[in-house]
Design a protein around this ligand. Structure first.
Ligand code: PHE
Length: 340
């Protein structure tokens, strides 16, 4: 038995020295330590040992078994360490390598102008409200004092989604929604996408507007002009003036078209202002008393002003863009010109 153990010890040591990975470790265990392995074989052969010697031999075998198991544990730890070291080596990152360059994005001119407008008016205490792009006829027209069959409906070429459901043709329905949910004093901006069946160098079927609405006691056209003066000076430069011309919108009375003095030539006349010295920038007016009444606001107590700014129009003027389509092509050569 002594001899057998000695041989087996040598075999285990030799096999153990050759173990370098999981598979070899598992073969080692199979060969020596499994139920049918060589070490278990020793225990079985205890049967052939004379009875009086068995306790002593059994003890020797047990000690040997413990030793063999300790061998296995040590090998197992060694294989695990080697695997970890290999993984660490494979996953090493060279932190001195230059980083991959990611191109910077930049804000779209429409976003730039929208942010500028919001900046100016939030400085005057305006809050932002956003309404739905798909509107009902009621909000888009009727309650804005444009009843069915009113000729003013032809002013805007409307996309109908269903009977009485439209893609909003302007941000003015936002006025109705705000007045339905808030009591005066009201001071809101309503930015958003609007839709009209119209397309040429300066018109796109989808474009952006910024509605402004102020409702309080004693609001007049002077308030409108004062606010718009600040607005045009912030966007087009100090010294730019506004001019109000009589116009017509069903939901304002009086209604005005607002011009700015030409920021290109200072009013002397140039191609940008078509030699008039003035450039039309937006529409507005005093909220029609029917519109206030339609929203449960007493027109004898309150009055309001409203305006609608076409964001693309302002962007085209400000940046000298001559075709509205450029703003929707997302050509990087165009967009990169607006990087900081
Ligand atoms: N909603 C009008 C348009 O789209 C603009 C406007 C807004 C006019 C508010 C007056 C008051 O043409």
């Amino acid at each position: 038995m002594e001899e057998k153990i000695k041989e087996l010890r040598a075999a285990i040591e030799q096999a153990g020295a050759a173990v370098t990975n999981e598979a070899e470790l598992s073969a080692f265990w199979q060969q020596f330590l499994s139920k049918n392995g060589a070490v278990a074989g020793l225990t079985k052969s205890l049967r052939d040992v004379p009875k009086e010697e068995r306790p002593a031999v059994g003890k020797t075998i047990n000690e040997f078994k413990n030793w063999a198991e300790a061998q296995y544990q040590a090998l197992s730890a060694q294989v695990e360490r080697a695997a970890l070291a290999a993984r660490n080596a494979a996953e090493t990152v060279d932190i001195t390598l230059p980083a991959q360059k990611r191109p910077n994005g930049s804000l779209h001119p429409i976003t730039l102008v929208k942010n500028e407008i919001v900046d100016v008016f939030s400085g005057m205490g305006f809050e932002i409200y956003e309404g739905p792009e798909i509107e009902d006829d009621d909000h888009n027209f009727t309650r804005l004092n444009v009843p069915k069959n009113h000729p003013a409906r032809d002013m805007q070429d409307t996309f109908y989604v269903a009977e009485d459901i439209v893609l909003r043709t302007h941000t003015s329905p936002g006025q109705i929604r705000v007045m339905d949910s808030e009591k005066p004093p009201i001071k809101v901006l309503v930015p958003g996408r609007v839709f009209r069946s119209d397309s040429d160098a300066t018109h796109s079927p989808m474009f952006h507007q910024m509605e402004g609405l102020v409702v309080d006691k004693g609001i007049t056209l002077c308030d409108l002009q004062g606010m718009l003066d600040e607005f045009v000076q912030a966007l087009f430069g100090e010294g730019v003036k506004t001019r109000l011309r009589p116009s017509y919108f069903p939901f304002t009375e009086p209604s005005v078209e607002v011009d700015v003095s030409c920021f290109e030539c200072g009013g002397k006349g140039c191609p940008l202002c078509k030699h008039t010295g003035w450039i039309e920038v937006l529409g507005g007016g005093i909220v029609h008393h029917n519109v206030l009444a339609n929203c449960g606001i007493d027109p004898k107590v309150y009055s309001g002003l409203a305006f609608g700014i076409g964001i693309e129009r302002i962007a085209m003027l400000k940046y000298g863009i001559n075709n509205i389509g450029l703003m929707f092509e997302n050509d990087l050569r165009f967009l990169k010109q607006f990087e900081d």
